[in-house]
Structure formats: C-alpha cells, structure tokens
Design a protein around this ligand. Structure first.
Ligand SMILES: [Zn+2]
Ligand SMILES: [Zn+2]
Length: 261
C-alpha cells in the first residue's frame, strides 16, 4: 500500500498491548477473584469475554489491513451532465475537484490524505491507531471494531469493579492478594479509555444519522465549534498516546528486567 509506513507502529503496538493487558486482567485476575474459574458463572464470563476480545482483534486487524478505497484509475467527472451526482464542484472558485499530488480528478467526498500520500474514497479521517485511512471500504469494519471495543471495555470494567467489591475466599483464589492492586490499576487506565471510545462511537452514530463523514462534520460547523471539537479530539488523542506510551515503556522495561533476571 503506497505511502503507508507499515503495520509495526507504536500506536498499533500500543493498541494490541492494551487489548492483551485488559484481556489478561479481566479473564485471569478479575474473573478468578470474583467468580472463580471453576464455577459455571466464571467459565461463562471468561468465555464471553474471550469471544469479545477475539472479535475486537479480528475487526481491528481487518480495519488495519483493508484498503480504505482508491479512486478508480482514469476517473473523469462527466462535465456534460450537470445533474449527475458524480459531478461535484468545489465550493469556492467553481473548478472541478482535482488532486495536484495524485494528478487525477477527485470523485465527490474523496480527499487526499497527507499521511497515506494518496486520495481516499469517501475519506472519513486518517486514524493513527490503525495507521490507515478510514474511508469507503473500511468504514463499516472500523465502526464494528469501535462498537466491540466499547462493549468489551465496559464489560471489563464491570468484571474489574465486581472483583474489587466482591472476592471469593482467600483459600479458593488462584492468585495472591496483590492481584487486587493490579486490577485497580487496570480499572483506572481503562475508565478514560472506555469513555473516549464511547464518545467516539456516539460521534460516529451522530455522523451516520446526518450522512456525513468526520471531515464533512467538522467542515460544515462554525469555526468556534470546529476549534472546540478539534481541541477535544486532540486532547483525547494526546492523553491516550501518553498513557499508551507510558504503559508501552513499562511493559518494555518489565520485559527487559525479566530477560536480565
Ligand atoms: Zn490525491
Ligand atoms: Zn491516510
């Protein structure tokens, strides 16, 4: 895929590490502590969360790998047919939309991505967490992934809170009591993440109901609202990135220490 730096980027590694970390805490720490892995309720919850985590991973992988949608080679708008919906004119100047970098005409709702270095059909936005554009071909799978991620995050939070509030007697626990602090740390990290994912899902449901992409949603509102939304998105992304980098470094340091010992 031209322009994309590859799949081994820090955000992708962080997202995979986060899924693995939450899965481990929920299934191997929280469930045994709250319900016990030998009980029917414990096994059922562990199996349900495993299925949800697998669905998250599968949809994430497809969103990363799937091409977001190329402009068909040789696409030329039908300038004769003024009624055609394929014929979109720039808002200012009245010229046909032409990409100087790709040297071709742009169909309606297509945009040039500076990261992918190409035009993307019905471009929504470039997502650093999948190192890919979200566009016509992968929007649905991206949304399904966000939906699974929101359900999994809140499910994990329920398991975490339940395990902190209730626990099976100490002699029946598979782990030591230190697991309690690990579970609490995971809950503290997961709460803002779950909230951010829920806001993202809500934003996309709003856009679908308005038949807009993220670019169009930000384009057509007033500059003050646009600045506010941009600041919120930027702050959320920066805080999530710092959080993931911190946990990525902690994981690397822990792994290095494990290798030395
Ligand atoms: Zn282009
Ligand atoms: Zn892109």
């Amino acid at each position: 895929m031209a322009g994309r730096p590859g799949y081994l980027t820090l955000p992708i590694f962080s997202a995979l590490a986060a899924i693995g970390y939450v899965y481990y805490t929920a299934v191997f720490l929280a469930v045994p502590r709250w319900l016990g892995l030998a009980t029917a309720a414990g096994v059922a919850n562990a199996a349900a969360f495993t299925a949800l985590a697998a669905a998250c991973l599968a949809t994430y992988a497809v969103a990363v790998r799937r091409d977001p949608g190329r402009v068909p080679p040789g696409f030329v708008p039908d300038v004769e047919d003024a009624e055609s919906t394929v014929h979109e004119i720039k808002r200012k100047g009245g010229d046909l939309r032409y990409c100087q970098k790709c040297c071709h005409y742009k169909p309606p709702r297509a945009h040039h991505c500076r990261v992918c270095k190409r035009c993307v059909l019905k471009m929504d936005h470039h997502c650093i967490w999948i190192n890919n554009c979200v566009g016509h071909e992968n929007y649905k799978i991206f949304l399904v992934f966000v939906l699974y991620a929101v359900v999994a995050s809140f499910y994990a939070l329920i398991l975490i809170i339940g395990s902190v509030l209730h626990s099976v007697p100490k002699d029946e626990q598979s782990g030591s009591d230190s697991s309690r602090s690990s579970i609490i740390i995971c809950g503290v990290i997961l709460s803002p993440l779950a909230l951010a994912l829920a806001v993202l899902l809500g934003w996309h449901i709003y856009l679908i109901l308005q038949n807009k992409t993220t670019i169009e949603g930000l384009e057509r509102c007033g500059w003050q609202k646009r600045v506010e939304i941009s600041i919120i998105i930027h702050m959320t992304l920066v805080s999530m990135r710092i959080l993931f980098q911190f946990w990525g470094l902690t994981y690397s340091a822990g792994f290095a220490l494990y290798r030395i010992l």
